[in-house]
Design a protein around this ligand. Sequence first.
Ligand SMILES: Nc1ncnc2c1ncn2[C@@H]1O[C@H](COP(=O)(O)OP(=O)(O)OP(=O)(O)O)[C@@H](O)[C@H]1O
Ligand SMILES: [Mg+2]
Length: 226
Amino acid sequence: MTLYEFMKGGYIDSVQYPVSTGKEGNVFYATDEDGDPLALKIFRTSTSTFKKVAKYIEGDPRFRGVAGNRWKLIYAWVNKEFRNLQRYMEAGLPVPEPVTFDKNCLLMEYIGDESGPAPQLKDVTLDDPTEMYDEVLSFIIDGWKDAHLVHGDLSEYNVLVWEDQPIMIDCGQAMTNDFFNAKDLLVRDITNVNRFFKNRGADVIGLEKIVDEIMNGTDDDEEEEE
Ligand SMILES: Nc1ncnc2c1ncn2[C@@H]1O[C@H](COP(=O)(O)OP(=O)(O)OP(=O)(O)O)[C@@H](O)[C@H]1O
Ligand SMILES: [Mg+2]
């Protein structure tokens, strides 16, 4: 029914094939009325998804009053991913542009082309790992400072690489930076990203230095450390 609504609303013309099938949902290649690609993410409303989602939504002041109801909670989650994408977008940060959402379905810009979705960062050979690292790190820093968000699940799995640029996806669990747990999520994101890029031979910046820069706005030099 929701897909029918998307069609009636003129958002999509067809849903083609799954580009990813996961525990919490599937992502499909869809097309709009001009035949241009879109990504359609459909969340499962199973209890396992519910459990994962509940622990994030409960602490978020934007989502009071939905915690008890499984369906409502998944719908709120989709709404949250949509709004997070919008917020990143408005701050000029590289995420898929959100198009619309309803119930457990989210429609957004498709990253990739007819031959397939953009690869995940983990599967990409990097010519210049430090340059890619700097881009991803900028997303973390500007995400916090400009979009007032922390992604919370950033890793080589949730970064797609298209035309040598990283696009950050899977923004459902992103929290506003005033969330009580926001700093822990920030540290986790930086730790994941530093670990991945260090293995790839990038010049990574120390965790504490990054956190300090974000929290205190120190921007004094370009000094890099292990
Ligand atoms: N906008 C997009 N354009 C192209 N491919 C996408 C897009 N969004 C997601 N994908 C593909 O779908 C996969 C899963 O998307 P995402 O990470 O948002 O969902 P997830 O909740 O983590 O799902 P899973 O449980 O399968 O990991 C991505 O790794 C990517 O391959
Ligand atoms: Mg993911």
